[in-house]
Design a binder for this molecule. Structure first.
Ligand SMILES: Cc1cc2nc3c(=O)[nH]c(=O)nc-3n(C[C@H](O)[C@H](O)[C@H](O)COP(=O)(O)O)c2cc1C
Ligand SMILES: Nc1ncnc2c1ncn2[C@@H]1O[C@H](COP(=O)(O)OP(=O)(O)O)[C@@H](O)[C@H]1O
Ligand SMILES: [Mg+2]
Length: 206
């Protein structure tokens, strides 16, 4: 048996190089996320990553995302909103060793709001149902990467890969629930300071 994983990853406040800003239009991937794994991942171009963020090693990270409200209308209990909603996310940057990709990809799985129950919590009956939104291909996506979770691995089976990604979702959620991370998701109305600046960038679209 492999040993249980830590419930949180990284320090109690983001430390350099985080937060890292990435953005791009949502593009087509290999079509495996939903079909093979039942885990949709929004892929964005990885082209300028090595130039802009050479320090960013391949691996699994957590962060926060916003989608351009001009093309993506997020449904909330109050109806559709015209300002971007900030949501927690877990992402992989790399070559997906399980699939032996030859090009690096950036793939983001968007999770439900932290105020909602987690679909990936341990001990749920049956197969894990990962979060699914209506498709938003071509929509501009802004991402703030806030912390590192683990390296990418190869796996003996698809089930083992899915189970590790389920745990990644829980680790990301617990990590983001800490005060100095939650402030990127929950709008405190604060506009000054670095957090305010990063948050303002996150929800701004041309
Ligand atoms: C949080 C997270 C962790 C992942 N970890 C790994 C990993 O360790 N090894 C791997 O081969 N792929 C990993 N993946 C990538 C999946 O294999 C990938 O999402 C899948 O191939 C879908 O690709 P597609 O978007 O091109 O369809 C991870 C994906 C996510 C969202
Ligand atoms: N929770 C979610 N996180 C990320 N993408 C999602 C989510 N729910 C739906 N999607 C949609 O699913 C697409 C990704 O599905 P996936 O099977 O990984 O296809 P692809 O291989 O084209 O990336 C995203 O581009 C997006 O439009
Ligand atoms: Mg994908």
């Amino acid at each position: 048996m492999s040993k249980p994983r830590d419930p949180v990853a990284g320090p109690d406040s983001p430390e350099p190089p985080f937060p890292i800003r990435l953005s791009g239009p949502v593009i087509k991937g290999f079509g495996r996320g939903s079909k093979d794994l039942g885990i949709p991942t929004a892929n964005i171009p990885a082209d300028d990553l090595s130039e802009k963020h050479p320090e960013l090693t391949t691996g699994v990270y957590y962060g926060v995302v916003a989608l351009d409200p001009k093309t993506y209308h997020h449904e909330t209990s109050e109806g559709s909103t015209s300002t971007a909603v900030v949501l927690p996310a877990v992402l992989s940057i790399g070559y997906n060793p399980f699939y032996k990709n030859t090009v690096r990809s950036v793939e983001i799985h968007i999770m439900p709001a932290l105020t909602e129950p987690s679909p990936t919590a341990a001990g749920q009956e049956g197969q894990t149902k990962f979060n699914r939104l209506p498709d938003f291909y071509k929509t501009q996506l802004n991402l703030l990467i806030l912390g590192y979770i683990r390296p990418e691995f190869d796996y003996v089976s698809l089930e083992a890969l899915v189970e590790d990604i389920r745990v990644d979702c829980e680790v990301a959620r617990e990590s983001l629930l800490r005060e100095d991370y939650k402030c990127y998701i929950v709008d405190s109305g604060k506009t000054s300071g670095q957090v305010g600046e990063d948050r303002a960038w996150l929800v701004s679209f041309d």
